[in-house]
Write a protein that binds this ligand. Structure first.
Ligand code: PFF
Ligand code: NA
Length: 453
């Protein structure tokens, strides 16, 4: 049984999946999380989380979506009516996520323009908080809508809407085929510029030097696991949805490996660029790298503008290319989040894609307004934390247990091996049934305790 809508080619599917995975998370989030966790100290837990959690769950979502041929909620409903909620819950989390994710893409679009002539001036930090965000002094205080941000966010919503409205093949697949190669080229240019700057090597040292004492630090592990959920778009139901549009004979396991390695490889390379630039700044200012950025969440919007100010030449070009790549990375991810919701609504209420897309985009766009106010950054910080834990993290535990034990990991494995170039071993069943959920439950408990204390 095939779905009416399908990816036209394997490359189309892989590019769309990489588009979902590679996003603000790889540039904006990865760099500040790595920075916050001592640079290189972060890479080891990150890699372990990729192998123990990321790849097994990506394979799980791919096989389940392709087998059931439905959005997350429909797929779980086909499994058993009592599990339908397990599709809706992460979808709801994804919808909340996209509402503020759009705001950050909007900031990036603003910063493309600010790059011309370095509008942020001599003090990018003050500019970011006071002028750009118009930050209020607490969450309780909303402050007015920031119209420049609002305009940018609105434009991003319209672009998303247009792409999703046109469907899988003519919308998402076409867009991914343009966005992803373009993004790869842009990031390469930026990274090469970064590592050829004086002082870059100091930054790269900071990034690549493993600090084994950090392996005892639970916070670093938590950060690595959250980042894997975010960066691979797993635990959100998005990959179930994307996979449901795969043609009959597509190689599920192979696709999962290609996509996750491409995503993490991208992050790793961007990290080289980001830390090079931090190293350059450190030599220019004589400050240690650790002290360069106070508020790590603003790294891309504070440290980068600062670095751009110091560049010997091509400041505008470098700045605008960097922020354009953030916009493109963000767009291809936001499409996938909206698509997950649209597909669920389409399946549930038997309405057309165009109608579902219109409803979702219009209502969610209004939600984004909240994040264009002066309290936007505070709200974002709180919700981000919460979603990662009780959205993707908790949903993934259920995915593993319900599919691994309820539906049967061996059934999914057999199904995949029929269409795969290389057979996936029994290791995967053991991961999905025991090891992956085991680790996740421990991390979840740790996260809850960390929040309480
Ligand atoms: N993977 C995206 C990133 O790294 O920016 C974010 C993301 C996309 C999260 C899709 C969740 C999702 F469903
Ligand atoms: Na990512």
């Amino acid at each position: 049984m095939a779905k009416e809508e399908q990816w036209q080619s394997r490359a189309g599917f892989i590019l769309a999946v990489i588009g979902s995975a590679v996003g603000l998370g790889n540039i904006w989030r990865f760099s500040y999380v790595a920075y916050d966790n001592g640079g290189g100290a972060f890479l080891i837990p990150y890699f372990i989380a990729l192998v123990m959690i990321g790849i097994p769950i990506l394979i799980l979502e791919f096989s389940f979506g392709r087998k059931m041929r439905g959005s997350a909620a429909l797929s779980f409903r086909k499994l058993a009516k009592k599990w339908e909620w397990l599709g809706w819950w992460p979808t709801l989390a994804t919808l909340v996520l996209v509402i503020y994710y759009m705001a950050i893409i909007g900031w990036s679009l603003n910063y493309v323009f600010y790059s011309f002539g370095q509008v942020w001036g001599k003090n990018p930090e003050a500019f970011f908080y006071n002028q750009h965000l118009n930050l209020t002094s607490s969450v309780g205080q909303l402050g007015g809508i920031n119209w420049t941000v609002f305009a940018a966010v609105f434009v991003i919503w319209i672009i998303n809407y247009a792409i999703i409205y046109n469907g899988i093949e003519n919308g998402i697949e076409k867009a991914s085929k343009i966005f992803m190669p373009l993004l790869a080229i842009l990031m390469l240019v930026i990274t090469i510029r970064g590592i050829t700057l004086p002082g870059a090597i100091e930054g790269i040292n900071k990034y690549l030097q493993p600090d084994f004492s950090q392996l005892m630090n639970g916070e670093v592990w938590l950060a690595a696991f959250s980042q894997i959920f975010f960066t691979l778009s797993i635990g959100w139901g998005v990959m179930i949805t994307y996979s449901s549009y795969q043609p009959e004979d597509s190689d599920i396991v192979n696709n999962a490996f290609i996509a996750s390695l491409a995503n993490c490889g991208f992050s790793f390379i961007v990290g080289l660029g980001v830390f090079s630039i931090l190293g350059y700044m450190a030599t220019q200012t004589g400050q240690p790298i650790e002290g360069l950025v106070a508020e790590s969440i603003g790294l891309a919007f504070i440290a980068f503008p600062k670095a751009i100010n110091m560049l010997p030449a091509f400041q505008t070009a470098f700045g605008s290319l960097f922020f354009i790549s953030l916009v493109i990375a963000g767009l291809s991810s936001s499409i996938s989040m909206i698509e997950a919701t649209v597909a669920n609504i389409q399946d549930k209420f038997a309405i057309s894609r165009k109608k579902a897309a219109s409803i979702v985009c219009l209502t969610s766009c209004l939600g984004s307004v909240l994040f264009t106010t002066g309290a936007g950054l505070y709200l974002l910080d709180i919700i981000d934390h919460f979603l990662m834990q009780f959205g993707a993290g908790l949903a993934a535990i259920f995915f593993c247990l319900v599919l691994g034990w309820g539906y049967g990991a061996q059934r999914l494995r057999k199904f995949m091996n029929q269409v795969s170039d290389f057979e996936i071993g029994v290791w995967w069943e053991i991961m999905i049934k025991l090891i992956t959920p085991g680790i996740l439950i421990i991390m979840f408990g740790k996260g809850v305790i960390a929040n309480l204390t």
